[in-house]
Design a protein around this ligand. Sequence first.
Ligand code: ATP
Ligand code: MG
Ligand code: MG
Ligand code: MG
Length: 577
Amino acid sequence: MITRMSSLFLRTLRENPADAEVPSHTLLVRAGYVRRVAPGGYSWLPLGLRVLRNIEAIVREEMDAIGGQEIQFPALLPKEPYEATGRWSEYGPNLFRLVDRKGADYLLGPTHEELFALTVKGEYSSYKDYPVILYQVQTKYRDEARPRAGLLRGREFVMKDSYSFDLDDEGLARSYALHRGAYLRMFDRLGLDYVVVAATSGAMGGSASEEFLAVADTGEDTYVRSTGSGYAANVEAVVTPAPPEQPVEDKPAAQVHHTPDTPTIETLVDFLNTHGAGRTFTAADTLKNVLVKTRLPGETEWTLLGVGVPGDREVDLKRLEASLEPAEVALLEEADFAANPFLVKGYIGPGALQANGVRYLVDPRVVRGTAWATGADKPDHHVVDLVCGRDFTPDGTVEAAEVREGDPSPDGHGTLVAARGIEIGHIFQLGRKYTDAFEVDALGPDSKPVRITMGSYGVGVSRLVAAIAEQHHDELGLVWPRAVAPADVHVVVAGKDETVFDGGERLAAELSGRGLRVMLDDRKATPGVKFADAELVGIPTIVVVGRGLAKGVVEVKDRASGERTEVAVDSVVEHLV
Ligand code: ATP
Ligand code: MG
Ligand code: MG
Ligand code: MG
C-alpha cells in the first residue's frame, strides 16, 4: 500500500497547541493524528485512525487467542440494568445521562458489566455452556471531572472490555490468568515499558485486581515497588500491616443515632449536640470525626458523608441540610483522632476503623466506603482491619495513599521506590456482584442452580495511542514502534527533478509490492519541510531519495536511533524487507 502525501488529508502544525500538557498530546496534534472537538473528545484523522486500528488488531488477536468471542453493545443504554446494581446512582456525575422523547432515562455506557451479565443470562442456562469469555472494542463515555492530556483522559474513549463467566472460583482464577497472559503479550507487542501492580477494585466491586501501568512521568497513577522483592502496587492499593508493637484493643461499637425524619440544619445541629461526643457543633461547622450516612437529593443510594479524618476533607453541614433526609450518625471520640491524626489506609468496609492501635467498631449500616462493602450477607460488627494509609473523600472513594519512597515494603522485603504510570489495563475478579444482581445461574449436573462468577478486564485502547507516544518520541516528533506505526517506510523525495520523483515512485512501488506499507512524500515542498514532517510523523524508517540517486544510492535513516546509511537503490528492498 502506498500513501501519497500529496493527497493525504494531513496538515502538520509548527506550533504547539495551547492546551497541551504532555508530549503525546502536543505531538499527536502537531503531527495531524487527532483534532480536538470538545473537552475530552477527539476526532481521528487518517494517520491517527491507522495507529488506533493497529492497536485494536493486536488487542483482538490476543483476545481471540485466549478464546474470547467478540460481540458489541450499543453505547446508548437504558437505565434499568444500572439501577438494579446501584451504579446508576453510584457513578454520580461521571455518568452521561439522557432522557428520550418519552421521558425514559438512558445513559451512555461507562463500562458494561450489567449488559454482559444480562446477555449471558439470556442465552445460556446449563453448566455445560460454561466457561465463556466475551469481549468488545467499543466507545465508552465518562463525564470525567478533569478530561486531560488529549487521549489520555477522554470523556469519549475506546476501551476493550471483556468479561469471563465461570461456574466456580477455580474457573474464575483460570480466566483471570488467561487475561493476565494475554495482556502481557499485548503490551509487549505494543512496545511498551510497563509494570503490573496490585490495584483496588474501585467502582467495579470485587476482590483480586491488578493494573497494567505504562511507565511515564506524565502518568496520573503513582505506584510503588519494592527493592527487595517483586512487590508492586498502585499507591491506592498499598495495604501495610499494622505495626506489631501496637496491641489492638476493641472499643464498643460507636452508637448509631437516627436523626429526625425530616432534618433541617437546625434540628441536625441540635441532634449532633445531643448525641455528640462532648463537642459543640454550629450550623457553620464541618464534620470531623463523625460518620454520617445520608441520601443526597435525587439519589436513592446512601452515601458516606463524613469520616473521622481531621484536616482537609471535611464535609460541610450544609450539604446534609440539602438532603433533608433522615440520616444515621455515628460519633467517634474526637480526642483520639485529633491528637494523632490517623491514617486510614484501605477501604472502609462494614464494621471498623482502626486507628492508633484502637479498633472502633462501627455499626455496619453506617459505614459504606465503597459500593460493594455493604450487603445483607455481611455479619454485624464484622471487623475489617483498615490498616494501610489513606484518607476518605466524602463520597467514599479513596485518595492517594501516604506511602512514601523509602518506606519498608509491606511484604517485609526491601524498601519502596515510587514512580508514575499511565493505567493502560485493569483486570478484576469480580465474583458474583453482578450475577447476584441479575440472578445469573446455570443448571448444574444435579439440576441445582449454580451462581455464575464473573471477571472483568479492560484495556484503554485509545489511551494506548497516547501512552505509546509518551514512551516513543523525541524532541523532533513521534517515533512509533513498527507494530503500531501508520506505515513501515517513509520515502521522502528530496529534489525537484523528475528523475528523483520517478525514482521515489519506483522505489515506493517496489517496497509496496513486497508487502511494506509505504508513505511517499511526493509533495512539491522543500526538502527541509519534508524532513521535518517525516521526523514529526514518526514512521520507523525514512528513505531519502535525492541527489545520491544519480550515483545509484539513497539514504536510509532509522527514526529511533537517528542512524543513517547509504544504500544502493537496487538493494534497498532487500535492506528493508
Ligand atoms: P483511571 O484510573 O485512569 O480513571 P479507571 O480505573 O477509571 O481509569 P477502568 O474502569 O479500570 O478505568 O477502565 C479500564 C481501562 O479503560 C483503564 O485501565 C484505562 O486504560 C481506560 N480508561 C479509563 N478511563 C479512561 C478515560 N477517561 N480515557 C481514556 N481511557 C480510559
Ligand atoms: Mg476513572
Ligand atoms: Mg484507575
Ligand atoms: Mg481501573
